[in-house]
Write a protein that binds this ligand. Sequence first.
Ligand code: URA
Length: 512
Amino acid sequence: MHRIVLKGRGDFAEWREAARGLLARGVAPGEVEWLSEAGANDLFAGGFAETGLPDSGGGSTGQALFEPAPAVPASAGTVPAAFPRLAETVLCHSDPGRFALLYRLLVRLQADRRLLEVASDADVVLAARLAKAVRRDSHKMTAFVRFKEVPLPPETVGRRRFLAWFEPDHFIVARMAPFFRRRFADMDWVIVTPKGSASWDGERLAVSDLPAEKPDLEDATDDLWRTYYASIFNPARLKIGMMQKEMPKKYWKNLPEAALIPELIASAERRVIDMAARAPTEAPAFHARLRAMEAARSEEGGGPPPSGAQTLAGIRAEAAGCARCPIHCGATQTVFGEGPERAAVMFVGEQPGDEEDLAGRPFVGPAGKVLSGAMADAGLDRIGIYMTNAVKHFKYEPRGKRRIHQRPTRGEVEICRWWLTREIDLVQPKLVVALGATALFALTGDTAKLSDQRGRPLPMAGGRTLFVTVHPAYLLRIPDPARQAAERDAFAEDMRAIRQLVAESGAGQCLA
Ligand code: URA
């Protein structure tokens, strides 16, 4: 019987050297007893060893004890390229039978080079199972290592040092050390585990097979991490089976957030019921603000909401509490028009978009930027022009974290016309520019094709002039670059025509 004792856990280089020697001498698998120091409890020696191996490489290298490994003869067997890769992974497994299994495969591969392709072969199946377990353990290590900062000596400047404790099932520390070096290259760290340790000081990656003891690692950031975890935990999305698969219980004891999990799971059902019960009755923010305004009014003596204001500031204040149609429910705020009290020109868009809703100002988002650019290029001064919209609240459909623009219905436009009419009455523009079909409908009730009206001065009620063009958001939605360029040219042409009309009307304050 040949007895081979490998140093530490027995890494690939060491096993390969011993296995090649045995193979060269024709030793049958059944005649070899394989042992490793890590499995033998009493043979610890050595400390950190610098690793020169590439990313998937192992750590310490060693010689077979008791029986010195023989020199590798030129006739040593060859193997398919897949075997060393498989062997490197399988050797990280903690199963003491791994060395013998691999030697058996090595010997059998000499007679059958395609053995690894035989998916039903018992040795192949077992090796694949061990490799899979190692890969899974490695993946879990990337997810569940939690570094804690440890103090450095006061004279050390510039770097910070971190320590992590992890309990892998297998000897994966050396295999995973390069991953952590890449991920955390700019800090000093040590990962200690009962199956070896790794350290990085900015220059040197070192690994050891020595088992370590658990350090005391609780720190102040644990509380922060727990608060964060509790806040992102969504009880409605809880899938306990999936959660335990992804975050097996055995890792919980070293994860600060894990202490919260049982309570979060236990309370999930109640929280989902609470959420569902609250959903239909919980007032959206805008409603809440309206209610607060009403409450403030009743404290001041009550009475109906103010109406009939005769200044722009007055109707803007009234519109801030507008709940005339349901669109206001999802909006952040009313986006009223802005510009001079008496402007010779008024631009009317469709409705505020996502950015306008948040900013409370019209035309500040992507479409607004296209419009402002075209106006400036044509020599129109946006500051001197009154900018507003047919509808004063943002209508959208929530999709995940995004709010997708929804065109207002004719009914909604008609309800909101109340504000637009009052803006026109107060601002008294000579020229009104309708940007797109919704604005055209709001201003005239006309549902005809926009292209029939576009690009020329039209008479409008009150002796004003109407000019119709497309909405700037339309330009942004055209996928074909050539068509988009042509449409932008046409829009620029419309802006120049507007400038010409403004110049002819003598409204110099609207010109750049
Ligand atoms: N689109 C509009 O019609 N108005 C805005 O204010 C912004 C985008």
